[in-house]
Design a protein around this ligand. Structure first.
Ligand code: PLP
Length: 395
């Protein structure tokens, strides 16, 4: 028989906790990892046992040892009271919102929110008579002026999707808590390793584990962690919808968890080095990265965050669409596609002027979002140098 790991993980550093959390070799014949439990039916030995639903597990939707391993590990890493797992980051956001708002409530949503979050708010929450109002991500403590009698929650995301504005989350949380409502955060960019959400005033934190928990572009999963006050509502809503993450994806999530700290440090260093390099290029008007000292959100990032991940934005100087196409089409190493957080470098064009409503966002030229993967930096720079040359040849 193998030993079980130490129980109280709170005394260890973050990397040690990533290695230990959510597994117990002593309970699984010495094998290091929690196995994949698949299943719907859970059998009871006697009439009395089924009558009283005795036992830890009673049906596949309400939990398996594999689900518990990841949700318990995430609860530990996020510093939460509990976590539910869902089959995607977007479904995690919808569970968080549905758990908190009801018909007649007012919901404040940052104008920089992940676009599918907006589509859900406008397409579903409005239909159920929730008043959705978008606000300036830079509102900070001034958000109190937008709060009403019926303001039930505020959704924050920092840095913002695509535009990378930082938000003063503790100040927004103070304003919301003064009215008894909930702060919901999409914390996908930082993960709890770089922004411990519940220590900073967030009640309900959502993570698209599809990104850095996976690290491999090979799974879809969402995680919703919450404080003591809000976890029961999250758990109840989860039980109503039963959005169960797949057992293989959970297993891959657990595998990703072990190396997440290491990968994030690497993505963060590479991302910042590439952001600095791009800042020096004549084709670039502006780089959107909160760890750059001249970024407008730098002071907040430095105060509240423990590091940066590998995702940032670049605004190019004005260039023809043909020039942009020539730049992107010949890339050898950077792939073009949605999602991010994997080992491979990515770039996509984006245009937030299409959907923002509370604030105007006026880029000087075309906007690109980069994710810096684990390739050699010199190879990545050479790929971009060639791309800029193709752009110049057309423009
Ligand atoms: C990708 C992403 C999501 C959604 O995650 P999926 O697993 O793709 O549904 C949510 N929020 C942010 C900020 C994201 O980047």
């Amino acid at each position: 028989m193998s030993k079980s790991p130490p129980r109280d993980l709170g005394r260890f550093g973050a990397d040690t906790r990533l290695v230990l959390a959510g597994r117990d070799p002593g309970a699984q014949h010495g094998f290091v990892n929690t196995p994949i439990y698949r299943g719907s039916t859970v059998l009871y030995p006697t009439y009395d046992d089924i009558k009283h639903r005795r036992g830890r597990y009673n049906y596949g939707t309400s939990g398996t040892p594999t689900m518990d391993a990841l949700s318990e590990a995430w609860t530990e890493i996020a510093g939460a009271a509990g976590t539910v797992l869902t089959p995607s980051g977007l479904s995690a956001l919808t569970i968080a919102l549905m758990a908190v708002v009801s018909a007649g409530d007012h919901l404040l949503v940052t104008d920089s929110a992940y676009r599918p979050t907006r589509i859900f708010c406008d397409g579903v929450l409005k239909r159920y008579d929730v008043e959705v109002e978008y606000y300036d991500p830079l509102a900070g403590a001034g958000i109190a002026a937008l709060m009403r009698e019926n303001t039930k929650a505020v959704l924050v995301e920092a840095p913002g999707s695509q535009t990378f504005e930082m938000q003063d989350v503790p100040a927004i949380a103070d304003a919301m808590h003064a009215r008894g409502g909930a702060v919901i955060m999409d914390n996908t960019w930082a993960t709890p390793l770089l922004f411990p959400p519940h220590e900073r005033g967030v009640d309900i934190a959502v993570e698209a584990g599809t990104k850095y928990l996976s690290g491999g572009s090979d799974l879809l999963i969402g995680l919703v962690s919450a404080t003591e006050r809000w976890y029961p509502a999250i758990k109840r809503t989860y039980e109503h919808f039963a959005p169960c993450a797949g057992p293989e994806d959970i297993f891959l999530g657990l595998r990703g968890l072990r190396t997440m700290g290491l990968r994030l440090r690497e993505h963060g260093q590479r991302g910042l080095a590439m952001a600095e390099w791009l800042q020096g290029r004549p084709e670039v008007a502006r780089v959107l990265h909160p760890a750059l000292p001249d970024d407008p959100g730098h002071a907040i990032w430095k105060r509240d965050f423990l590091g940066a991940s590998g995702l940032f934005g670049v605004i190019l100087n004005p260039v023809s669409e043909d020039g942009l196409a020539a730049m992107l089409d010949g890339l050898e190493l950077f792939g073009m596609g949605f999602s991010w957080g994997g080992f491979e470098s990515l770039v996509i064009p984006f245009d937030p002027t299409l959907y923002r409503t509370a604030t105007r966002w006026k880029p000087e030229g075309p906007a690109l979002r980069f994710h810096i993967g684990l390739e050699d930096m010199e190879d990545l720079k050479a790929d971009l140098e060639a791309a800029f040359s193709r752009m110049a040849a057309v423009a």
